[in-house]
Every structure is written in C-alpha cells, then in structure tokens.
Design a protein. Structure first.
Ligand code: SAH
Ligand code: SF4
Ligand code: F3S
Length: 470
C-alpha cells in the first residue's frame, strides 16, 4: 500500500523517432471500466512508440486481448477468441497474439500451455512495459512481482475526437478480501495516486473538451486510506471531490464503485453540497442476507445498506441508486435469496447487475462446495432480473413529461440524426440532435420510456449550452 508520485505523468502524445517498425495493432477489451481505462492507456502508449491502432482486426499485425477474470465465463470468452486467432498465424507467421490484463495476471504461464500460439502475457501492473515487449521476439511473460512495487499506468493520455466523457483512475488494487473475488490477486493491494496528479489530469481533460469525469477505483471511497489525513472531518475522497468540483470546464463528476462499509456521512453531504457531483450512486450489495454477507467477508449488514440509501434519498431527491448482486453463493438457501430480493425491493434500487456465483481458483470461497445447482442459480438470476426490469421502468416513468438535463455524448446507432446522452442521475436518453451538439448540455422533454431508455425531444427553443462558457 503506498502513495506514488508519477514523474512520467505528462499527457503528451509524442512519437518516438527511434522506433524501427510501425505495427498495426488491434486492442479488444473485456471486463470492467478499469480495463477500458487500461486499454486507453495502452493505445496511447503504443501510438507514442510509433505504432498505429486499427479497429479492423483482420488487417492487424498484433491483436491484444485485454482480459477479465472475475467470472469463469469471462476467461472462457477471451480464451475462445485467442483460439480463433491462431489460424491467422498459419497464413502470417509474423502475426502476434498478446493476452494482457487480469486473466494474464491470474493464469500467467499457464496461458502458454492453454494456447501455444500466444506471444506475450502481461498483467495489469506491468502494462507500461508493453511497447518494449513488442520489440522482443521471444515469448514474454510479464506479471506482477510481489516483492516489487510496480508503477500504475496513468501517464501518456491521448483523447479521441468528439469525446466529452472520460474515466479517471484515482487508485489501483484492493485491500479487501471478499471470499469470492479474484481482483486483489490480479490487481494487487491499494495504491493511491497523489491528489495533485488527479486534479492535474482532470484539468487536462477539461481543457480537451471533457465535461464529465468518472473517478475509478475498486473501492473509490477508500481513496487515501490511512496515508492521507482527514481534514475538517472529511475523508480524502471527499476532499478530492471538493477540489474537482471547483474546476472550470468539468461539469459532471461520477465515481465507481464505492463500498458500503465506508460510505460515510461526509460523502452523503458532498452529494447535497457539490453541484457537479451527479445524483447517481452504484452501491454493490452482493447479498441481502447477513449470513451470506458474513460468509462473503463483506463487513456490513442489510440494515446498514438501508440506512445509507435512506440518508442518500433524504439528501438528494431522485438520486439513482444501482447495485451488484451475486446469486447462488455456496450455501445460499431459498431464505437467504428471499432476503436479497426483499432488500432489493425495500431499498428501491433502480438498476442492478445480477451475477451467478462463479468459483475462482485461489479465492477463499473456491475451497467451499459450489452447492447451488446451475439451474437454481439461473432461476434466482431470472427472478431478480424481472425485479430489476420492473424497478428500472418505474424509475424511468417518473421522468415522463418532465424536462431533464442531458449531456450529448454521440450517435445512438438509430439513424444519423438520433443522438444519445445521459441525465445526471444516469438514465440514458435518445433524441433528435446533430453531431455538432456533442459535449453540449440540453434540456430534453421526456416523451416515452422503456426499461433501458428514455425517449425525448429538445424542450422549446432550447439552445445547446457549451458548458465551457458557463
Ligand atoms: N470492487 C467492486 C467490485 C468489482 S468486481 C466492489 O467491491 O463493489 C464487479 C462485480 O463482479 C462484483 O460487484 C460482484 O458482484 C461480481 N463478482 C465478483 N466476483 C464474482 C464471482 N466469483 N462470481 C460472480 N460474480 C462475481
Ligand atoms: Fe473484489 Fe471485494 Fe475488492 Fe470489490 S471490494 S474488488 S468485490 S475484493
Ligand atoms: Fe475488472 Fe475483470 Fe479485472 S472486473 S478488475 S477486468 S477481473
């Protein structure tokens, strides 16, 4: 656990003239937002090293799969893709396949046995070495060394055109040891980026057209841990939010994911007081049964979840609250499951990701018998999914006929003139607008809704406000 200063944190995009051969590289991303951010970082790094990125896999000299290990299915998917790519090697012996990210760290050398055509394997802690690995013609394995502290990969940032939202990593790794979770194994212990670096990066993003930032961390509200002091009873995370809230150009701040354990009153107050902090919280509960939560080593109860949700709703009316739930954890009875459904209903979450428990080698719960039958996991999954759809629809319906603020993000793939954006409380809205409106904020009147989308029209003679000029 440490706070690191990143001397290399420049955001500049420079081409290195010493590069010998420029390769066409295709990067495919699996998994969570951390991986998306890592893929952006890899892409900038490779361009800095003189390579070219392509979105056409078929013409690539190198395909890099940035993988996830959180559930078995995620690994199976990426391994299947790597297996499919092997045939390219038969026609082009110079073609390279790289596995990077969490599965690289998790399976390490085993990957070469599973697929003899893989050229390199690089874990998340060593992704900053990727450009060098490409120069190497031997098969390479670069995973974390437990005795060393590896630098997180936050330097060199190049932004795509027409983008107004961005992820911003504030920390790496996780100190929790939830019994089912592989993430501490793949990403190591918590490391916090210095607050100054994060604020500088946010300024850079604002100056380059970014209007909405999402702060990323496995447990964002642990930011700073015991290494950064409390100030005026405020946690380092809230201190950071306050500083970002004052930055001109940045209009919206989101974060994910917080942990219920440290969801303190200063954070709830921040939602009330900071005008740019969006009224939307993703609060993973995993289960509503206190018995299962204890078995999972999640140090809170369903009562604590209800208290947080109540306080948030009191502080921020219309706040959107979503969650993650695992069904079929070893020993989960029908009674436990009913308690989860009951907590989901009582807390009135408006969205949730439901996962069927998947034992992960090396975790504590993998030592237990995975005793909930697949068909039973699926039944519980379906029951909750039905609840989630009803809850999303109900939440969406409260906006019918109302005017909401939408930040236009891009084309909605429903015809050239249909654009999409999100409300502050994280509802996706589709409406007629043009590409010139990207990055602007419009009042949109909501005409209809589905479980996943709100449809709307620009309200009155609304002119898009370029938020930079506000
Ligand atoms: N740091 C976040 C979670 C990151 S993993 C947190 O603690 O909230 C994203 C989600 O994957 C978790 O919230 C959990 O619901 C799910 N997940 C993790 N391990 C899993 C496993 N072994 N089986 C099924 N779902 C899992
Ligand atoms: Fe995994 Fe738990 Fe850490 Fe989240 S808090 S990343 S679920 S160990
Ligand atoms: Fe994310 Fe999957 Fe790794 S959820 S942290 S990419 S194991």
């Amino acid at each position: 656990m440490a706070s690191l200063s990143l001397a290399l944190f420049t955001y500049r995009f420079k081409k290195d003239p010493s590069v010998k051969k420029s390769l066409k590289i295709f990067v495919k991303t699996y998994g969570c937002q951390m991986n998306e951010r890592d893929s952006e970082m890899i892409s900038s790094q490779l361009q800095c090293a003189g390579h070219e990125l392509t979105d056409n896999e078929k013409i690539a000299d190198v395909v890099i799969l940035n993988t996830c290990s959180v559930r078995e299915q995620a690994e199976i998917k990426a391994l299947g893709k790597a297996g499919y790519l092997v045939r390219r090697k038969r026609t082009n012996p110079n073609f390279k396949i790289g596995i990077v990210g969490c599965m690289a760290e998790n399976l390490g050398e085993k990957l070469f046995k599973l697929n003899g055509a893989i050229d390199f394997v690089i874990g998340p802690k060593r992704l900053h070495e990727l450009a060098d690995v490409l120069e190497d013609h031997r098969r390479s394995l670069y995973i974390g060394d437990p005795k060393k502290q590896h630098l997180p990969n936050d330097f060199d940032r190049k932004l795509e055109k027409n983008k107004c939202t961005a992820f911003l990593s504030i920390m790496h790794g996780c100190n929790m040891r939830c019994s089912y979770c592989v993430v501490p194994r793949t990403r190591g212990n918590e490391q916090y980026r210095p607050m100054e670096d994060i604020v500088e990066e946010a300024k850079f993003l604002a100056a380059n057209g970014i209007r909405e930032i999402t702060l990323l961390g496995q447990i964002v509200n642990n930011y700073g841990g015991r290494l950064m002091p409390m100030l005026d009873d405020k946690t380092p995370f809230v201190q950071l939010l306050e500083r970002l809230d004052r930055l001109p150009g940045i209009e919206r701040i989101r974060y994910m994911s917080p942990h219920p354990q440290n969801f303190s009153d200063d954070l709830i107050l921040a939602h009330k007081n900071l005008s740019k902090l969006c009224p939307s919280v993703h609060l993973p509960i995993q289960s509503g049964s206190n018995r299962i939560l204890a078995a999972m080593k999640r140090p809170y109860t369903s009562e604590k979840i209800l208290t947080i949700v109540e306080k948030l709703r009191r502080a921020v009316p219309n706040v959107g609250i979503s969650t993650d739930i695992i069904v079929g954890y070893p020993g989960e009875t029908e009674e436990d499951f009913k308690e989860t459904v009951s907590l989901f209903d009582t807390a009135k979450f408006n969205m949730a990701f439901i996962f069927k428990y998947s034992p992960r080698e090396g975790t504590k719960s993998a030592e237990l018998i995975d005793d909930v039958e697949e068909s039973e996991k699926e039944r519980r999954n379906q029951i909750l999914l039905q609840r989630v759809q009803e809850a999303s629809l109900r939440y969406h319906q409260r906006f019918l006929g109302k005017t909401v603020e939408v930040l236009v993000e891009g084309h909605a793939r429903r015809g050239a003139d249909t654009m999409f954006g999100w409300t502050p409380n994280h509802c996706k809205v589709l409406f007629k607008a043009s590409e010139n409106d990207i990055g602007k904020n419009f009042p949109i009147q909501i005409d209809s809704s589905t479980t996943t989308i709100l449809w709307g029209t620009m309200a009155g003679n609304a002119q898009g406000r370029d938020l930079l000029q506000r």
